[in-house]
Design a protein around this ligand. Sequence first.
Ligand code: ASP
Length: 447
Amino acid sequence: MIKVAKFGGSSVADAEQFRKVKSIVGSDPERRFVVVSASGRRFPQDNKVTDLLLLVNAHIEYHVDCTALLSDIQARYQDIADELELSYPVAERFGEFAAQVKGFSPEYVVSRGEWFTGQLMAEYLDLPFVDAAEVIVFHHDGSVDMERTAMRLRDRATRLGSFLLPGFYGATVDGSIKLFQRGGGDITGAILARCLDAGVYENWTDVSGFLAADPRVVDHPRSIHRITYDEMRELSYMGASVLQEEAIFPVRETNIPIQIKNTNDPDAKGTIIRETAEEHVKEHLITGIAGKRDFMAIHVQRAHISNDVGYLRRALSVFEKYGVSVEHVPTGVDSFGVVVNGADVKDSIYSIVNELQHELEPDSINVVDSLALISVVGRNMSRRAGTSGRIFGCLGEAGINIRMITQSSQEISIIMGVNNADFERAIQCIYDRFVDGEMVEMPQLAQ
Ligand code: ASP
C-alpha cells in the first residue's frame, strides 16, 4: 500500500520537528511519498515563513527595504541545516534568491517557503526532491489540470519509487508559479494521494485530530476517531477546522481515507476521515458539535406566500445583488427567514431591508441579530427517530430558547439558532447529554 504523508508547517518548524518527521517516515516503509508545508511557527508568537514571504512582497510593492526580513528567513533555514548537519548550501541558494527577489512574481516569492523547506527535508530524509512546479499543473484560471498533473506525478513515482514534494504551489504549462489557497499544502497532499491511488492520505499536524467540541467552550472534549467527509464539512464550516476544506475533494471521489495524526504525539489515534465504518463497532450517536456567533435572520411575513410562485427567488436575488451569501432559509406557510452572517451585512442591512420591502411588499419584515448557530452533527442520527426532539428538550429544560431550527437534507446535522448569550451554555448542555455519552449499537453506514 502507498501512504502519502503530508506534514504541515508546525511539523517542519525547526530541526527538532524535522527529527520527529524523520522518525515517523522511517518507522513505516509504506510512507514513501512525503509532502511538506513551509516552516511554520516554532512558538505561539513566532511567524510562519509563508507570512514572512508575504511581507517581503508587501515591502517590495511599497518600495521598502526588506533585507533584514530576508535575512531572518534565511537564518531559520540556516539554523535547521546547521543543527541537522545538512550539506545543502543555504547561504548560497537563499542569497541568489534574495538578490533577485524584486524580479520574481509574488507567487514565486511565496512558494519559496515550501521550496526551501522541501530542499532541506529531502536531504534529511534522503528522498529525491520533485519540484511542484514541474508536476502540479495549473490552468490559467487557477484550477488544477488534473490530467496533466496525474500523468506527471505517476511518471515521477514510477521512475523514482519515492520522493518529497513541496506543497502549496504548482505552475501553469508556461512555467508561471501558481499558489493554492492558504493552507493549500493539504490540497497538494490530497492530489498526490489521488493520483498515486494511495491506500491512505496521512495528514500530520499539531493536534490529535478533530475534537467533538471546541475546547474553548467545553473542557477536554473527546476526540473523534472516525468522521465522514460530509460530517467534516459540516463541522469545519462551523469553525472546527483542522484540514484545508478543499483538500477533501480530490480524495473523496476515490474514497481514499484521510488520517489526521499528531507529529508531536504519533501514537495518538487521531481522526480518520472516511465513509465506511468497521462492522459491529459501537459508535457515538453524535459525532461532534460546533457553532458560531453573530448571525442575523431577516424574517419576512405575508399572507399566502406559499401560492406566490417566485416570491422566495425574488427575496434571494436581493441578497445576491449585495453579494451576501445565504446560510439558511427556514420557511413557514406564510413566512420565511433568511439567515446570513452578521459581518456580511453590517454595511448593507438597511439597504437590503428597504429593497426587500420594495420588491416583496410583505406584511412585515423583522430583523433578529445576535443569533448564534449551533450545528449538531452525526451520521448515526439519520433515520433514528426522536433524536432532534430529545436535543430540543434538553435545551428547553435548561431554559434556552431555540430561535430557529433546520436540518440538513441527509439528516446528518441539526442546526439551531439561539441567542448569542446562550451559545456556550447550549453547547455545553448538548455536549454533556449527547455528544460525550450516548453510543449506538450498530453503525448506520453512510450511503
Ligand atoms: N505555507 C502555506 C500557508 O501557510 C501552505 C500550507 O501551510 O499548507 O498557508
